[in-house]
Design a protein around this ligand. Structure first.
Ligand code: 4AD
Ligand code: MG
Length: 477
């Protein structure tokens, strides 16, 4: 006998006299029909039990959630809903599951409830589909960069520098919190700490990726990043995964082209390689939409949204143009924005980004050339002396998906910028070295992986697209 996955069995064209499969019971109907799932596909294999010849005590142990080893014959199905089924010849219960206590009952559970049971939520169709799509997306990302001559670089997780300069980092320390060593001024003396200096979890691998771009040419990172910002929103995590390509000799328009081509490629890969899960999630959303008032319903299905992004050019708009549009917009004039737009220089809030993407342009938008003082220190200053070559890519329903820029490659300009922001040169001496020895135009961006997974799956809370979300006040599992 041969062990098959459910996915393999469902693809069989011919009868097979002897098959084996292992999985978990989703449902057991009429003491006869077991729907068995092993995670290899959204679909279950139906296993038909001959209850007359099966021991009653054994039948009682076939409960939702139990792990089974089944042997039997794969035949064309007599019933509707599946092409093949197994006529069971032997069942072994590998692991019992108490039907009274098992949290994942065969009924609809709220996402909040499933978040509290995140260790079991991938036993549901929705979460198994989301996590399979997450896995495929991650593969597609590596494939894109590999096929396009990029090297995968592992940037450090523990770092002594603050790439984004926002100061929202998690400290990494071995010092005794109750009794840390102090210096002469009464400050904590980090020279006595494990690394002999102050260290944190990284917020971005960009600065290190720049060093490799300036030797290997085209590199990317794909790793966890950490932010200690206290934003409890449906789009923020304290630990999230970021993809960061960095390319030597590439300018900002080249960076936009790369980001757009990359996003279209991975979305298309998903459409071509994970259709079952996508179709399921699309249907889930259609059903959910039906419960909403007409005015709030989306005019595109999930798959239509993906195709729309693949088939249409992203709209490229400068910050200055965007401010004009926002200033003259209805919600601004009617004082509907929580943060009204009056002057050039204002930072854009998510309500503004959503207006631009969802109401005004109705497609993904690349905003570029932002005011220097609302962006990070490393961005290339434009000739106007007040804007930088930054770009943010905004997606409908998500807001900011990508943040990137052309980097400041001129040593003196970079030093001035760092001085103005009180960033000590000693901390980033190696970063400055890149501008001393063979400096060149270079660019890159960061894509928030979970935001991409949200867009692809149609899930509306970022906590539902990562296995174990870390958010303020929450690090269970
Ligand atoms: O815009 P950010 O902060 O850019 C950087 O970190 C640059 N160093 C990237 C680069 O140029 N190499 O973050 C990049 C993206 C955002 O556009 C967003 O999609 C995501 O990371 N992101 C988050 N995702 C989930 N939770 C959070 N708290 C996030 N913060 C940023
Ligand atoms: Mg950003």
């Amino acid at each position: 006998m041969q062990l098959y996955s459910v996915s393999q069995l469902l693809k069989q064209e011919n009868k097979l006299p002897e098959v084996e499969v292992k999985g978990w019971v989703r449902t057991f109907r009429a003491n006869r029909f077991i729907a068995l799932n092993d995670g290899s596909t959204l679909n279950n294999i139906q296993c038909v039990v001959d209850f007359e010849s099966t021991d009653e005590a054994l039948l009682k142990r076939i409960t939702t959630g139990a792990a089974l080893h089944i042997k039997g014959e794969l035949v064309e199905s007599q019933g509707k809903g599946q092409n093949v089924e197994i006529l069971v010849s032997a069942i072994e219960v590998l692991g019992d599951s108490d039907p009274e206590e098992y949290p994942i009952q065969p009924k609809k559970h709220s996402f909040e409830f499933l978040r509290e049971n995140a260790h079991l939520r991938t036993r549901t169709n929705t979460f198994s589909a989301v996590m399979r799509l997450r896995s495929t997306l991650s593969y597609a990302i590596h494939k894109y960069f590999n096929d396009n001559g990029f090297y995968y670089m592992h940037t450090p997780i523990i770092t002594g520098s603050d790439a984004e300069g926002a100061g929202e980092m998690f400290k990494v320390t071995k010092l005794d919190a109750k009794n840390p060593p102090l210096d002469d001024n009464g400050n904590v003396d980090y020279s006595k700490d494990f690394f002999g200096k102050e260290t944190n979890l990284t917020v971005s691998g960009q600065l290190e990726a720049e060093t490799y771009a300036m030797s290997l040419g085209k590199v990317y990172t794909f790793g966890p990043t950490f932010r200690a910002e206290n934003s409890n929103t449906s789009r923020h995590l304290s630990e999230f995964w970021m993809i960061e390509p960095e390319v030597a000799f590439m300018d900002l328009p080249g960076n936009m082209d790369l980001a757009e081509d990359f996003l279209k490629y991975v979305l298309n890969y998903i459409l071509e390689n994970n259709r079952d899960d996508l179709d399921f999630l699309e249907q889930r959303l259609i059903n959910e939409e039906k419960t909403k008032p007409q005015a709030e319903r989306s005019n595109m299905s999930l798959i239509e949204k993906l195709k729309f992004v693949i088939d249409n050019n992203f709209k490229r708009v400068s910050y200055t143009e965007a401010i004009d549009i926002l200033r003259n917009s209805k919600p601004n004039k009617k004082k509907k924005f929580k943060f009204p737009i009056s002057d050039w220089g204002a930072d854009l809030q998510s309500e503004h980004e959503r207006f631009l993407v969802e109401k005004h342009f109705k497609c993904p938008v690349i905003l570029f050339d932002y005011p220097a003082n609302i962006k990070a220190f490393y961005m290339r200053l434009n000739e106007d002396g007040k804007t930088v070559r930054a770009m943010d890519i905004l997606f409908p329903g998500i807001g900011e998906m990508v943040g990137g820029s052309q980097r400041e490659e001129r040593l003196e300009v970079l030093k001035e910028k760092m001085a103005a922001l009180d960033i000590p040169e000693e901390e980033l001496w190696w970063y400055l070295d890149l501008r001393k020895y063979g400096t060149a135009v270079h660019s890159g961006f960061g894509l928030g992986f979970e935001r991409l997974v949200m867009f692809v799956t149609g899930m509306t809370n970022i906590r539902d697209v990562i296995p174990y979300p870390r958010t303020p006040q929450n690090a269970e599992f």
